[in-house]
Write a protein that binds this ligand. Sequence first.
Ligand SMILES: *[C@@H]1O[C@H](CO)[C@@H](O)[C@H](O)[C@H]1NC(C)=O
Ligand SMILES: *[C@@H]1O[C@H](CO)[C@@H](O)[C@H](O)[C@H]1NC(C)=O
Ligand SMILES: *[C@@H]1O[C@H](CO)[C@@H](O)[C@H](O)[C@H]1NC(C)=O
Ligand SMILES: *[C@@H]1O[C@H](CO)[C@@H](O)[C@H](O)[C@H]1NC(C)=O
Ligand SMILES: *[C@@H]1O[C@H](CO)[C@@H](O)[C@H](O)[C@H]1NC(C)=O
Ligand SMILES: *[C@@H]1O[C@H](CO)[C@@H](O)[C@H](O)[C@H]1NC(C)=O
Length: 851
Amino acid sequence: MRMRSDVAWLSCLQLLCAVSTFKAYPFTPPLDLDVTPRTTVSVNELWRCRRFSGSTVNYNTLLLEEEPGLLYVGARGVLYALQASDISSFSRAIDWEAPEERKQQCLDKGKDNKTECFNHIRFLQRFNNTHLYTCGTHAFSPQCAYIESKEFKMSSTFEEGRERCPYDPAKGYTGLLIDGQMYTASQYEFWSSPDIRRNSPNPTLRTEEAPTRWLYEADFVESALIKESVNSSIGDDDKIYFFFTEKNQEHNLYSSYSRVARVARVCKSDRGGLLTLQKKWTSFLKARLVCSLPDYEFHFNVLRSMYVLEGPKPEDTMLYGIFGLEWKNVKSSAICRYSIKDVQQVFEGPYMENQEDSGTKLTEYTGKVPDPRPGACITDQLREKGIKLSTDLPDDVLHFVRRHPLMSRQILPLGKRPLLFRRTVDYTKIVVHKVTALDGQTYHMLFIGTDEGWLQRAVEVKGQLHIIEELQLFEEPQPVNNIVISEKQMSVYVGSPSGVVQLPLSTCHKYASCFDCMLARDPFCAWDGAACVGITSHTDRSNLTQDILNGNEGCAKSAADDPVQHRLRSVMAGDDVLLQCELGSNLATPQWMRNAQQLRDYGMNSGYRIGTDGLLVIEARPEQSGNYSCFALENEVRIHIVIYTLIVHLPPPPYPTLHPNSNGSNLLPHPLPPQFQSLKNMEAMYISLITVLGGLCLVLTVVLLYVGFCVQSKRGKYSVQSAAQAERKRKRNDRMELKTVSSHCNGKANTHDGLLQIVPGEAQVSANKELPPAPPLPPASSNSELEYTNGFSATLPSVLRKMNGNSYVLLQQTDGDPTSPLYYSFTEELNRILEKRKHTQLCSKPDESSV
Ligand SMILES: *[C@@H]1O[C@H](CO)[C@@H](O)[C@H](O)[C@H]1NC(C)=O
Ligand SMILES: *[C@@H]1O[C@H](CO)[C@@H](O)[C@H](O)[C@H]1NC(C)=O
Ligand SMILES: *[C@@H]1O[C@H](CO)[C@@H](O)[C@H](O)[C@H]1NC(C)=O
Ligand SMILES: *[C@@H]1O[C@H](CO)[C@@H](O)[C@H](O)[C@H]1NC(C)=O
Ligand SMILES: *[C@@H]1O[C@H](CO)[C@@H](O)[C@H](O)[C@H]1NC(C)=O
Ligand SMILES: *[C@@H]1O[C@H](CO)[C@@H](O)[C@H](O)[C@H]1NC(C)=O
């Protein structure tokens, strides 16, 4: 009966295939920017994962100090000092919660008692050799304090934090401590304007609010010092860059976008003006950061994270930004990369002007620019002219600065396109690390966190990203809020709402073969002739092989044909057989050979379906017997995975004494092989079988009716699940996916809910005891070498494939024209999935006729 279900389901599959429109996968990525992670590692497969979690939440502020080997963590109401070598081993803590009366005042102000009325640590950096400096929201009245780092003790006196730390724990905020001075940017108080500030001990500087506002509802994500004074021929100054998203005032440009990503900068030695711009920056300039898909009028306008990667020289500095969309319900991310030289060039270009007569309209300023250049730092040349400090700047320059904070040109990403673009993923945080590989080249490795608690590791090769793996860090989805890397500990630390996670920078040993090691293209990993090893632990590198550039060279060709697993499958004609083949890589495509001939036709009438996890032989015919080899094709390498010998037995003549009045074949699971027909208890068995089937039939009918009703009333639920699954499983580009699991009614994953379900089961030749219990076959003789199973197992959730287990992918879809990525937006994808579900549901009807 279970088998009948499978058959019924398969005819459904056929029907479904017939009715589905075989158009190109609608999300054809432009320029191949939508990269699939090569491997997917779920939370229980993480290797050497260490976790730290205290009794509080929001472990978002991280400070790593390689020398003492400590990771300082700021959480809600507590600061921790963790051992960087193993964060789970030992820790010291400082409790710093706001006192009760402060919390009460916070509540009296009408603030949220679950989030806002606590002391969230927002700032934690080194102050001097002996002390750290920290600031917290302190139940909506920010405070700062020094921490003696050796003893990890907090100073007894606190400083007013109102000028340096936002009141709101969720407000965008960034800060730096440079030479004892604190540079911060945020919208500090609820009602105040956003501001970039430099605080004591030197004169406090701020941004201007009138007549021209310099910042509009700015949401800050990052700041960085770039030491441009080093070896500067003109005696230029170090600058501090701030990265944020603000309200779009450029109404002529991108008028459909309400927000815009920006970079602003100030000079470190700025002291403000004497009269004009007194206690205000005289060097504030801002410009637009563009991250858009080429050829599409489509912009990623919200900056979510920025990493400033220092080069050997200041002018080699690179910026890596994560951008998203301003629509909260559309998940989508892009990574754009900028050269600091392009940023500098824009700051040296023309200014934008606010035309007084036309309200807020901004146009490029074409008039005379005063000298010295407004917004520039004080250089040697100016010092020679007697302008030694910003307070010596002439008034006309300062007046100009005051009214022209925005540059006219935009900063374009390198290559004028994103490095990566992903639909249905919201990235939250990026960190870039430089790795010198065996070829002596330095590669940029990207560590990218998502809003659902995944970490992706990618390597940039020739301007393209290759995502080596995606790691699921948490059981409960939660955003990755901070990432820190330690080369010394070879670890990456991730801060999130529920705790801190420590993972090794690479897990080379998981690549089992030379080709697997090459295809991974992990700059940390190389093949030593016997295993994939980390290159940092090998001083003698003469025997190591690595190919980051191409990812397929260096292994002996024969290695791809290493001895493979041999399995035997023996089935009755008419059965459906799943020949499983685990590819191990999301980038590999399966290829099947039958008796050394490639199977090419997987069409409707071929009798074959190919999936990501195996080959389905539908209603097997005796002439389909033979040797089936599965290969994984990836990056021009073909690796033999498994070989099956399939034997399809001819059906025997119908058993004459049963069902004299009916042909009965519908009821019988399958005709039995001749060697079993002589069994004496046959008749008794069939009678009990029929009884059982009758009972089951009743149950199934009820369940089907119920589920049918339930599914119909819960279609909204489906769409949500499907969207999440679709992302994970998108076996992408030009393929279309058919899912075989059709229902989680009531939200429970019940494999016995009467809906049809194929779960690929694994049955080894020797594992007779693991035969699925359901099929009413006579007991197989214990020494039988054959395996009377078709590879399906209906009720073993334990063999569910980690990611792809339930997905069948039809190959041979043709590519259509790449169209605008957003044109096929979420809604469309959901509709498509719903449409598919509808067919699946219709299809489940034939099941009824089989009982
Ligand atoms: C917060 O306030 C709500 C309603 O005022 C109350 O039910 C809840 O218990 C409070 N939570 C905490 C953590 O105090
Ligand atoms: C570091 O700063 C703290 C706080 O201002 C001060 O007490 C301490 O003496 C300073 N340490 C050094 C080495 O300057
Ligand atoms: C600055 O110049 C000196 C001498 O030319 C050189 O040794 C040094 O590496 C340069 N520093 C940077 C950061 O470029
Ligand atoms: C490197 O390979 C050569 C030849 O294959 C072998 O003789 C030598 O021992 C190997 N060296 C190491 C360090 O494994
Ligand atoms: C299948 O493989 C087995 C063992 O490798 C071999 O004996 C047999 O002849 C092969 N069958 C075919 C049809 O190639
Ligand atoms: C049994 O099958 C034969 C031929 O397939 C058909 O003519 C006959 O009507 C069937 N009998 C029943 C009871 O279904």
